[in-house]
Design a protein around this ligand. Structure first.
Ligand code: NAD
Ligand code: IPM
Ligand code: MN
Length: 357
């Protein structure tokens, strides 16, 4: 029996609705498989925790998380209780940084039965590899002067190591897919970092002669995501460009509620963290209508990470059979609840088991 220890952190808002839903699905998968089990440990770290204890997570949080096989997180952020930069830097970004989760993998593809807002979406199937440790999200900078002369300085950091690492990851991924990598740049307007980004891309691409490449400015690329997303395979982007591009990827799938993500620790020193693209969705919290598919597809990425790719693809097939039968939450045009969609996925997983797949 293989046992995977999972630190489950629902966090805030709909994280508390979709993480338990996805955990139920994972438990069903384990029952079906027979040879694996998931040991979940729940951590109540959130903005409410902050109000009570003055911190998003306890001081020894990282030590406690260190020994898990992975972290399964919902969302962080409740502006009514805590400013975002405090809550996010106190938990989500802290974990990404301290656990060297330097790559964020974010797929977007047409899901059967979910209508893309695009008139003619064709069958796009792309993956954004987002540099997840530096770039525009740096803690280098500061505020100087006061009053009307005040200036906020935010430095973007682009190291050769991290830039090259993200690019190599993208090329390796593309070599197992359609063998095309697009670089998201902005070297026409951003003077230092982006010409550097381009030159690293050119250097790395020399090691992958079988992979086709192109380079697009992020503004044009955003438009191409709308006009011809089917022409992309793997896109490598800086931290902020990747962030924006992946909500766009989610948008063309039909809803940010279906978009999955994985924060990967590539050196094996720390656990990776699986957390969907969306946030805590304060506008729908408590209504029971959050789309659980982003979190469940994220669970599939965690299964892949554990080497259980076959189970992962069974899970995504079952999710698509449910969406294909229009059992959908309101964000994608249905009127089913989080629980109903989740239970339908669980029911069909059990049918797949009976059929011996
Ligand atoms: P959001 O993703 O929470 O919400 C954007 C829109 O998408 C909302 O209309 C919301 O209802 C909808 N939506 C999101 N997830 C959905 C789901 N599963 N099902 C149905 N609809 C869904 O983004 P936001 O409003 O910019 O941020 C809200 C809070 O979440 C903020 O505090 C923000 O900082 C935080 N946030 C956290 C994460 C994270 O923890 N990974 C990611 C993004 C935003
Ligand atoms: C995401 C989120 C985070 C990010 C925020 C909440 C800090 O938008 O995971 O996409 O920008 O990385
Ligand atoms: Mn984002």
């Amino acid at each position: 029996m293989k046992t995977f220890k999972i630190a489950s952190i629902p966090g805030d808002g709909i994280g508390k609705e979709v993480v338990p839903a996805a955990n139920k699905v994972l438990k069903t998968i384990a029952d079906i498989h027979g040879g694996i089990q998931f040991n979940f440990t729940d951590f109540p770290w959130s903005c409410e925790h902050y109000l009570e204890h003055g911190e998003m997570m306890p001081e020894d949080a990282l030590e406690r998380l260190q020994n898990f096989d992975s972290i399964f997180l919902g969302a962080v952020g409740n502006l009514k209780l805590v400013p975002d930069h405090i809550s996010l830097w106190g938990m989500l970004i802290k974990i990404r940084r301290e656990f060297e989760q330097v790559i964020n993998i974010r797929p977007a593809k047409v899901l059967k039965g979910i209508r893309s807002p695009l008139l003619n979406p064709k069958d796009f199937d792309l993956i954004v590899v987002r540099e997840n440790s530096e770039g525009e999200y740096s803690s280098v900078g500061g505020n100087i002067y006061k009053g009307e002369d005040e200036i906020a300085i935010q430095n973007a950091i682009f190291s050769r190591k991290a830039t090259e690492r993200a690019m190599r990851f993208a090329f390796e991924l593309a070599s197992k897919r359609k063998k095309h990598v697009t670089s998201a740049t902005k070297s026409n307007g951003i003077y230092y970092s982006m010409p550097f980004w381009d030159s690293v891309f050119e250097d790395v691409s020399k090691d992958y002669s079988e992979i086709q490449t192109d380079s697009q400015h992020i503004d044009a690329l955003a438009a191409f995501f709308v006009t011809r997303p089917h022409q992309f395979d793997v896109i490598v982007a800086s931290n902020l460009f990747g962030d924006i591009l992946t909500d766009l990827g989610a948008g063309i799938m039909g809803s940010v509620g279906v978009a999955p993500a994985a924060n990967i620790n590539v050196n094996g020193k720390y656990p990776s963290m699986f957390e969907p693209v969306h946030g805590s969705a304060p506008d729908i919290v408590g209504k029971g209508i959050a789309n659980p598919i982003g979190q469940i597809w994220t669970a599939k990425m965690m299964l892949d990470h554990f080497g259980e790719e076959e189970l992962g693809s069974v899970l995504l097939d079952v999710v698509e059979s449910v969406t294909n039968d229009s059992i959908l939450t309101p964000d994608v045009g249905g009127n089913y609840t989080t629980e109903e969609v989740t239970n339908e996925i669980i029911k069909r997983l059990k049918i797949v088991e009976k059929q011996g797949v």
